[in-house]
Structure formats: C-alpha cells, structure tokens
Design a protein around this ligand. Structure first.
Ligand SMILES: *Cc1c(COP(=O)(O)O)cnc(C)c1O
Length: 229
C-alpha cells in the first residue's frame, strides 16, 4: 500500500520536474500525524526514513515506541509554542516552524543548554493569510538577522502553508513568490549558519504545482497513508 502510493507520487514528481526543466531532485516527507506507529513501521520496512509530525506529545510518544528504528528521521512540522521548546531536545532532524524572534531566542537558549546545533526552516506567510502562522515577508529579514547570531540554530531554508483553495493552481503565485524570496535572501545572508537550500512546499493536493515552482521537499500525508480521522 505505502510503496505503491509513494511510487505513484514520485512518478508525478518526476513529471513535474521535467515540465519545469529541473535537473535536481525532490525529497518526500511522509506526514504520519494522526496515523498509528504501525503505519510508520510499515513505511519504514519499505524504505521510508523521513516522517513528519505536528504535535509534540504525539511525536514524542511515537519516538519512544519506535526507538528500535535507529535511522528514523522525525521532522517537526507543527506550530511551536515557546513553552514547548524544552521538549524538543535531540528528537527532530529538522524543525519547520520558526516564525518569530521570541521563539528563535528560546530555541537558541534550549539548544545551547543541550549543546546541539539544530537544523530549522523558517516558515514564511508569503500569502499574508491571516489564518496561517509564519513570519510576514516584511519581518523576514529581521528574523534572519536574529538567526544569524544564534550559534545553536542552522537555517536550512523556508517552508510555507498556502491558503485553502479549491484549485492548487490558485496557489502557484505564492509558491513562486516564496522561491523568489529565498533567492533574494540567499544573496543578503551569507553567514555560516544560514544556508538556504531547502524549500519545503506542497502537500497531497498541490505538490505537483509546488514542484513545478521549485519545491525541494514535499510533505505528504493523506496521499500516502489514506484519509485522516
Ligand atoms: C498535515 C500536514 C501536511 C500533510 O497534509 P496532506 O494534505 O495530508 O498531505 C503537510 N504539512 C503540514 C504542515 C501539515 O500539518
């Protein structure tokens, strides 16, 4: 089941890459939130290593259940409250939701304390959607400036959540704008711990458009595991 779904998605990704004339590749994050640990085990046995969770508690429970799966790489894709930062520790290979300076500062303190350099993405609210979190385009340079001074945070790129629409095509402009924004910021910020190379855009309903517009890391839940309850 998982393997067939993944193969189908990766074929569609290949087609989208070709349409866009891209010669690089796209990584697939399997979004396992709300699905039981058994779903992760099944996917793991079929070669999947990257999984995304959006709730700290659920992620830590699964991490504990699955601690036998040594190279399992859990990514945290959910909104992060400042008072939950203390639970992050070394549990997540990549944290997607850095979107404000107080959160950044709390994370820097936490990762300094446990002597870890944490890989993160900045979540940008490119579409200025009031329903979504993410730093505004205006405040992005200030956030990156603050991140450049954090010795225990490494910014790997950007992520975004597009507005809810009927047709993925409607969000093409936001995907394109996010890619342009990353190109602009890449020129501005050349410090060691800001290395903008991952652009995480695209979920089950819109990954083809996102890949055509430059996504390098798609986050897929329902198209891999079936409907959530
Ligand atoms: C749930 C979720 C996804 C996956 O959504 P699907 O539509 O199930 O593919 C991707 N990214 C984030 C941040 C999510 O919370």
């Amino acid at each position: 089941m998982f393997r067939e779904q993944k193969e189908k998605i990766m074929r569609e990704v290949e087609d989208a890459l070709k349409r866009a004339g891209r010669t690089d590749s796209v990584t697939l994050l399997a979004v396992s939130k709300t699905f039981p640990a058994e779903s992760i085990i099944e996917a793991y046995e079929q070669g999947q290593r990257l999984f995304g969770e959006n709730k700290i508690q659920e992620a830590l429970e699964k991490r504990e259940t699955l601690k036998g799966l040594k190279d399992l790489d859990l990514h945290f894709i959910g909104h992060l409250q400042t008072n939950k930062v203390k639970y992050l520790k070394d549990n997540f290979g990549l944290i997607y939701s850095v979107d404000r300076i107080p959160l950044l500062n709390e994370m820097e303190k936490h990762f300094a304390r446990i002597d870890r350099v944490q890989d993160v993405l900045i979540q940008v609210n490119t579409a200025n959607d009031p329903a979504k979190s993410g730093v505004s385009v205006d405040e992005l340079p200030e956030l990156l400036e603050a991140a450049s001074k954090c010795g225990h945070i490494r910014v790997n790129g950007f992520t975004m959540m597009p507005p809810l629409v009927n047709e993925a095509e409607e969000n093409r402009v936001h995907f394109a704008r996010t890619r342009e924004l990353m190109e602009e910021m890449k020129k501005k910020f050349t410090c060691d711990n800001i290395d903008l190379r991952i652009l995480s855009m695209g979920m089950s309903d819109d990954f083809k458009v996102a890949v055509e517009e430059g996504s390098t890391l798609i986050r897929i839940g329902t198209a891999l595991f079936g409907g959530r309850h």
